[in-house]
Design a protein around this ligand. Structure first.
Ligand code: FE2
Ligand code: FE2
Length: 290
């Protein structure tokens, strides 16, 4: 992320983003080689969750496009390409599962096919209405997006560190490059909108405290979400990542109190430990850049 030295604000260059936006860069990688190394059962579970979360992005994209965010030229251009890039993340993870002899998840497909619950319809309508009544509400979406994209950066970095499959590890590192650009967009949008409005800060505080849960959690059973958190962030290095995410988000105007990523994820990891669910985490090793 670039920083405007005069204003000390992160900047996001939409023209640059649009120029380099493309499907996941797999140049020089032979995905089929992933089969030689295989995946352990914990990795399979985490990858299925990540695949679902990526492919479900279109749902969030749709929700944002039905708000006044659409009036923002930068947001409008970003959202289309964001969905496109996330789609390729999900499809690549599904391919790796398949190549390694595991069934990819069908959860995100089933989610789109099922009738909407009335609570979800109300929630979507409430979000749309709030964004019409007060454009400041978009700051909530942008803050939410910044948290989730920064979590994604850290989740894929950890996946790469923990995996004994070098092909999967490299794919994760390539995904991180995309996630960093997504984070830059949401963070600078959130920063600008929160700084401009005390009301936006208040809405973000209330909405995040009441409704936020770790990325992908709205679609998955809580145990799956907890397991993924325990696998990726349940050791000391993982907890350090969580604290760093919280500290970065806490730099946003009005969110100085933010500690929800550590709080929710650590509580989930403790539940997994109490339930005696085995977490098969291979050794931690330093990331070797390709
Ligand atoms: Fe992604
Ligand atoms: Fe992303």
């Amino acid at each position: 992320m670039n920083v405007d030295a005069k204003k000390n604000e992160p900047t996001f260059d939409i023209e640059k983003f649009l120029t380099i936006s493309r499907q996941l860069d797999l140049t020089g990688l032979v995905l089929e080689d992933a089969k030689k190394y295989g995946l352990n059962q914990s990795e399979v579970r985490v990858l299925r969750y990540m695949q679902d979360t990526e492919l479900y992005t279109v749902h969030y994209m749709k929700a944002l496009m039905e708000t006044s965010a659409l009036a923002d030229e930068e947001a409008r251009a970003f959202l289309v390409n964001w969905g496109y890039e996330e789609c390729y993340h999900g499809r690549t993870l599904a391919k790796i599962l398949s190549i390694c002899g595991h069934e990819p998840s069908r959860k995100s497909i089933e989610e789109f096919a099922r009738p909407r619950k009335w609570t979800e319809v109300l929630q979507d309508a409430g979000g749309r209405l709030l964004s019409i009544i007060s454009p400041d509400f978009i700051a909530v979406h942008m803050s939410w997006g910044a948290i989730n994209e920064l979590t994604a950066c850290n989740a894929y970095t950890r996946m790469a560190e923990l995996s004994d499959n070098p092909i999967l590890a490299e794919v994760c590192r390539r995904i991180v490059k995309d996630e960093r650009r997504h984070f830059a967009f949401y963070y600078q949008q959130a920063q600008r909108r929160l700084r401009a409005s005390g009301l936006a800060q208040g809405m973000a505080r209330v909405a995040l405290r009441a409704l936020w849960e770790p990325v992908g959690g709205s679609m998955q059973p809580r145990e799956s979400r907890d397991f993924v958190g325990a696998y990726l962030f349940g050791d000391e290095a993982g907890r350090r990542c969580l604290r760093e995410i919280d500290q970065r988000i806490a730099q946003l105007p009005g969110l100085e109190w933010f500690d929800l990523v550590s709080k929710h994820t650590n509580e989930g990891s403790a539940r997994i430990e109490r339930a005696g669910v085995p977490v098969d985490r291979p050794r931690t090793r330093p990331i070797v850049q390709a």
